[in-house]
Design a binder for this molecule. Structure first.
Ligand SMILES: Cc1cc2nc3c(=O)[nH]c(=O)nc-3n(C[C@H](O)[C@H](O)[C@H](O)COP(=O)(O)OP(=O)(O)OC[C@H]3O[C@@H](n4cnc5c(N)ncnc54)[C@H](O)[C@@H]3O)c2cc1C
Length: 265
């Protein structure tokens, strides 16, 4: 049986993007009162685990670090078929950068060892640093394969996976335990079913805070973040548009001149 951990980030729902306010002091994007959803690529990561569970025995634990409202995202993962849901929520965890996020997730996963597989999305839809997966593998001292688009052979303790590279893929063989970050091409995530929602009602979410992880407050959240976002400003100004007229040859000449002047070609 595979013991699988899926890291799921609760990200702002796209329709709530307008409600996001930059914290003037920490320059972070507090997610406290914002409607949250499962990070799209983490749906693919969870689907990888659910398909393995359908093919062979597996136990799936979903872990999410976020505000208390991220509990709804963990609940949805339980309704989709995960077995255990853990929410890492504590004011001390707030404002974490990718490094502190990976460290906190690692401390939680160490409490669940032994494990066979850790699955992450390649990126979140808000911070999108793509760093948490690889940093988490370092903290857990696990081999990592990023950008996985296909799990070729998930049966044994040695996985073969196809991972994206420019203009192609690499076929990687890795001994478990290991960490994988997945792309959207790996599968088509299932949607919630009524029976799944009913079944999940019996599944409790476990919430862990700073004390449960027995880590120093200095190593998590904003205090534990080596990178400080010194400023965060929305992009100003739209695009300029210029209509080029003339014969096709004249238009082509004018366009080439303008592109050359702009240093594009
Ligand atoms: C606009 C913006 C810019 C930022 N720039 C930086 C920066 O330059 N440097 C920096 O260190 N931080 C930065 N951050 C903060 C960073 O986004 C957060 O630390 C975040 O929690 C983790 O990084 P990420 O979202 O980029 O994760 P990614 O590395 O993009 O996420 C990859 C995967 O890691 C897992 N994961 C990520 N966060 C969680 C979580 N909270 N719970 C469970 N699983 C998780 C998920 O599986 C996810 O698919 C930025 C945030 C914002 C909003």
């Amino acid at each position: 049986m595979h013991r699988i951990i899926v890291c799921v980030k609760a990200v702002p729902e796209p329709k709530a993007a307008g409600e996001l306010k930059i914290d003037p002091v920490t320059k972070s994007l507090p997610r406290l009162d914002i409607p949250l959803e499962i990070n799209p690529l983490d749906r693919n990561a969870l689907e990888v685990a659910l398909l393995i569970k359908e093919q062979s025995a597996a136990h799936i634990t979903v872990i999410s670090m976020g505000p208390p409202s991220a509990g709804d995202v963990v609940k949805e993962c339980l309704a989709l078929g995960a077995d255990t849901g853990i929410l890492l929520s504590d004011p001390a965890f707030a404002g974490a950068d990718a490094f502190a996020t990976a460290y906190t997730l690692a401390k939680a996963i160490e409490r669940l060892e032994p494990i066979d597989v850790v699955l992450c999305g390649t990126a979140s839809s808000d911070g999108a640093t793509e760093w948490v997966g690889p940093e988490l593998s370092t903290f857990l001292n696990l081999p990592v394969v990023t950008m996985v688009r296909e799990i070729v052979d998930p049966e044994s303790q040695t996985w073969k996976v196809k991972a994206d590279i420019e203009n192609g893929y690499r076929l990687v063989q890795v001994e478990l335990p290991a960490l994988f970050t997945v792309t959207r091409d790996v599968n088509t995530p299932r949607t919630l079913s009524f029976s799944g929602i009913i079944k999940s009602r019996k599944k409790e979410i476990t919430t862990w805070g700073l004390e449960d992880l027995s880590v120093s407050e200095e190593l998590v959240g904003l205090k534990g973040s080596p990178t400080i976002v010194s400023d965060l400003a929305p992009l100003e100004g739209g695009r300029e548009c210029e209509i080029i007229t003339g014969t096709p040859e004249e238009k082509a000449d004018i366009l080439i001149t303008k592109l050359a002047e702009a240093g594009v070609i």
